[in-house]
Design a binder for this molecule. Structure first.
Ligand SMILES: Cc1ncc(COP(=O)(O)O)c(C=O)c1O
Length: 394
């Protein structure tokens, strides 16, 4: 379909050119939004043979093709295809269902997004799939965690809320030597800042709800697959009957076009605010792998080409009342789950009650920030007001 110019191009250029077919779109820049279920076949013979460019709304439309093709080009040459999903969590569960079944064992990082864990401990357990959680810092040491029936290793870097960096190439090498697949939640870096397939990942997952959508107005997910895993992924998606609404696909494609500039700004502003926070007396640690002081900085520098606007901090011991006063005093940071939109957010979190392989004992209250597209100086002034309120409440 898409007639992307065949010239060498950087990912930022592909974000603009990929998935477009000007001729098929009658000259318009963007694809039409097909609200579609039934496709009519011209003859009985065509119907019986399923002979048509499109067969049924759930199986693909020009709108889904444009988005799939754009995402595939963004992922780069290791990617053989993309499955579009109604949410990031649907992308995670479908990818897992594609690679493991009854009697299998999987390895999942202890720092994984909590609902991924709920899926493994809930539905996967009921189906007879065993999950072992491993230390996110394990690296090549993961070899000892394998069993004869280990089918897959799930990685996420940095860790959800806790921001540990994982040595993905080292883990992937061991997994492949042992005949297992590597699945990654790559929502934080996006394919723009982490080339999952070059680093040994077989199935790369995005919660497109975050930076791909970018405007806090769409739920969307996708799984990108290499050639070996694509048939399994498409089979799972088709059997589960998953597809995305046409308007949401359009919003995802529209978001993708500006991902490059938005992410660069989130990266820049995020780092500026993170550096400012690390100089504050109230802050014990800033968990942001792009900071030189972060224990995961070496891996980030080696494997990633950027960062987004999401990071956490550990405060020096403070009362709950003082922490809530800090959060309540912020005018520019909304308190809400999700991230990746244009707006700044803050949440209080605690990983202690669900981690099983590694203890979570940061030594003080923890907050996660999403740095949006506001002026970073305004955000810093807002945080300063928050700290004043925190002191007043202490
Ligand atoms: C790292 C990560 N992965 C996946 C998801 C799930 O995405 P969705 O909310 O679209 O299901 C989230 C949502 O917060 C997330 O933070």
């Amino acid at each position: 379909m898409a007639k992307t110019p065949k010239v060498p191009s950087k990912p930022e250029t592909r974000l603009v050119t990929a998935g477009r077919d000007t001729e098929a779109q009658h000259g318009f820049v963007n694809p039409p939004v097909f609200h579609a279920s039934t496709v009519l076949y011209p003859t009985a013979a065509d119907q019986v043979a399923h002979r048509a460019r499109y067969q049924y709304g759930r199986r693909g439309t020009p709108t889904s093709e444009a988005l799939e093709s754009a995402l595939r080009e963004l992922e780069g040459k290791g990617c053989a295809g993309v499955a579009l999903m109604p949410s990031g969590l649907a992308a995670i569960s479908t990818a897992l269902l594609a690679v493991a079944g009854s009697g299998d064992h999987i390895l999942v990082t202890d720092s994984v997004y909590r609902p991924t864990r709920n899926f493994c401990d809930g539905m996967f357990k009921r189906m007879g799939v065993e999950t072992t959680y491993y230390d996110p810092l394990i690296g090549a040491g993961i070899a000892t965690a394998f069993k004869p029936n280990t089918r897959a290793v799930f990685v996420e870097a940095p860790g959800s809320q806790s921001f540990e960096m994982q040595d993905i190439p080292a883990i992937a090498k061991v997994a492949h030597d042992k005949g297992a697949l590597v699945l990654m939640d790559n929502t934080w870096a996006t394919p723009l800042y982490f080339s999952a397939f070059d680093k040994g990942v077989d199935l790369s997952i995005q919660a497109g709800t975050k930076y791909i959508g970018g405007h806090s107005d769409v739920m969307f997910g996708c799984v990108s697959a290499n050639a070996a895993t694509l048939p399994k992924l498409k089979e799972a998606m088709n059997m589960l009957g998953l597809c995305v609404g046409p308007d949401d696909m359009y919003l995802a494609l529209r978001g993708l076009r500006t991902l490059g500039v938005r992410l660069a700004r989130h990266y820049q502003s995020g780092l500026r605010v993170a550096r400012w926070l690390s100089g504050r007396a109230e802050v014990a640690r800033v968990l942001h792998p792009a900071l030189e002081s972060d224990p995961g900085h070496g891996i980030w520098k080696r494997d990633f080409s950027g960062a987004c606007g999401l990071f956490s901090i550990v405060l020096k011991p403070a009362s709950q009342q003082a922490v809530y006063a800090f959060m309540d005093a912020l005018a520019l940071f909304g308190m809400g789950y999700s991230w990746g939109g244009f707006e700044s957010l803050v949440i209080s979190f605690d990983c202690a009650d669900y981690r099983t392989a590694t203890p979570w004992a940061p030594g003080g209250p923890t907050l996660r920030f999403h740095i949006g597209l506001e002026d970073p100086g305004d955000l810093i002034a807002d945080l300063e007001r928050g700290f004043m309120a925190m002191h007043a409440a202490a």
